[in-house]
Design a protein around this ligand. Structure first.
Ligand SMILES: CC(C)(COP(=O)(O)OP(=O)(O)OC[C@H]1O[C@@H](n2cnc3c(N)ncnc32)[C@H](O)[C@@H]1OP(=O)(O)O)[C@@H](O)C(=O)NCCC(=O)NCCS
Length: 406
């Protein structure tokens, strides 16, 4: 079968959503669900493969931006809704779509792409690597949950249902790019990520905004939930962003103090969210999981290298191997706070360290140190003395995190 990948037209997108839904074992959207879901599709960014006149594989992306260490923001393709019909898997359809999509991303001048992976073994071969992670927490609720010395923060107010999307959208836009790994959200993301639950499914929702000295600087969205196996009422936090620890503390204090709630749980929280330092009883916080969050594909390595900042370090020569987008392969010199390509692979410039582009993504935002990547075999070190220099160059002050699921 010829694997002809082509962009899908607007009137083919509902079939694409239905195909993706079936691939993740979800029923087709009804008209209201489709109206919300349709908004995530961005013109010209959806690809499909047909067989016998039927769509059998699809992927899409929406335009976003990614904050990188040092504060620069790169145009980004947010890849999502990837699915192959169950009777057409393992025949190379995803591989063909990834090729078309990465070529399209490069042609659009988007130097990075990110996605969330349903399974960890799918995307590494296409050059995606885990670049941010998160932890799941379950926190026992209490009338006075935070220790007396915890930051008080400002005020927390509930937002009326009709105001949730416009108000939170603005707060998110203001704070999300302050941390490496943060991304921008489109109107379509809000329509599907929040609007569908709040307006289409009319779920009960608690949406709260924190106001600090500089104005609104944090928010939380939570829905009633269950804890499997326990007769507890709980709140499921779907979204919580805060500009600083004071706003974080105030939002958690609010959530944990809501009446008739015995626990608050949340997935994919930042690894450095200081809950245990804030709680009166640090054991009230159980870490129930650790997951990969952002899978990052560096589509244009020279541009991505030039965009981020570096710590003070003696020069490092790093070879990057990219079998899928060969133009990225080469030896890069990181020195004096910047990075540039100084030669081809196998040329006269001998690298001190070597990695594949997916393993570069693991260090790029600061999630993993080069030394741990060398120790675990993700990177190699022909010149071991370069490892501490690379650690110093790639070091970032905080932990990268995104907080936007798509
Ligand atoms: C994941 C999925 C998109 C893969 O599509 P596909 O067309 O079967 O992938 P390909 O045939 O191009 O596979 C390319 C390679 O990846 C491997 N691969 C693909 N999916 C894999 C998986 N889930 N686990 C492990 N390996 C996988 C294939 O074995 C193949 O390896 P090879 O080159 O060594 O032979 C498809 O199985 C699917 O739709 N799954 C359900 C929905 C889903 O999980 N979507 C992803 C959302 S993030």
């Amino acid at each position: 079968m010829a694997l002809a990948v082509r962009p899908l037209k607007a009137d083919e997108l509902r079939a694409a959503l239905t195909l993706f839904g079936a691939a993740i074992h979800r029923p087709p959207a009804d008209d209201a669900g489709w109206a919300a879901s349709a908004r995530l599709y961005s013109p010209g960014r959806t690809f499909g493969v047909h067989a016998d006149g039927a769509l059998v594989a699809t992927t899409t992306s929406f335009p976003s931006e990614l904050a990188v260490p040092g504060g620069a923001v790169l145009p980004m393709a947010a890849v999502t809704r990837v699915g192959v019909r169950a009777d057409h898997t393992r025949r190379g359809l995803l591989s063909a779509m990834m090729r078309a999509q990465l070529d399209d991303t490069a042609a659009r001048g988007e130097p990075v792409a990110t996605l969330r992976a349903s399974e960890a073994r799918i995307y590494g071969r296409f050059g995606y690597g885990v670049a941010t992670r998160g932890r799941s927490v379950q926190v026992r609720a209490d009338a006075s949950p935070l220790r007396p010395g915890a930051p008080l923060g400002g005020t927390v107010r509930l937002v009326a249902r009709d105001e949730i999307v416009p108000v939170l959208q603005e707060v998110h836009a203001r704070i999300a790019l302050r941390r490496p790994g943060g991304i921008t959200r489109t109107e379509g993301w809000w329509a599907i990520g929040v609007g569908r639950r709040v307006h289409v499914e009319r779920e009960h929702v608690l949406a709260a905004v924190h106001t600090g000295p500089q104005g609104d600087d944090g928010f939380a969205i939570a829905y009633p939930g269950d804890i499997p196996g326990l007769p507890r009422r709980c709140l499921d936090v779907a979204d919580l962003h805060a500009a600083d620890v004071a706003a974080t503390a105030a939002l958690w204090r609010f959530l944990l103090g809501v009446d008739l709630v015995e626990a608050v749980q949340a997935r994919l929280r930042p690894l450095d969210e200081p809950l245990e330092l804030l709680l009166a009883d640090p054991r009230a916080c159980a870490v129930t999981g650790n997951e990969d969050e952002t899978w990052l594909r560096i589509v244009d390595v020279p541009v991505a290298f030039a965009a981020r900042s570096y710590g003070a370090a003696e020069p490092v020569l790093l070879a990057v191997h990219d079998g899928f987008l060969e133009a990225n392969s080469g030896v890069y010199r990181i020195a004096d706070g910047s990075a540039e390509r100084v030669g081809p692979l196998g040329g006269p410039v001998r690298p001190e360290l070597e990695c594949s582009v997916d393993a570069l993504a693991m260090a790029y935002l600061g999630d993993r140190r080069p030394s741990e990547l060398v120790a675990s075999g993700w990177w190699s070190a022909p010149e071991p003395a370069a490892v501490p220099r690379a650690d110093a160059a790639f070091a970032t002050p905080g932990v990268p995190w995104c907080g936007t699921y798509f």
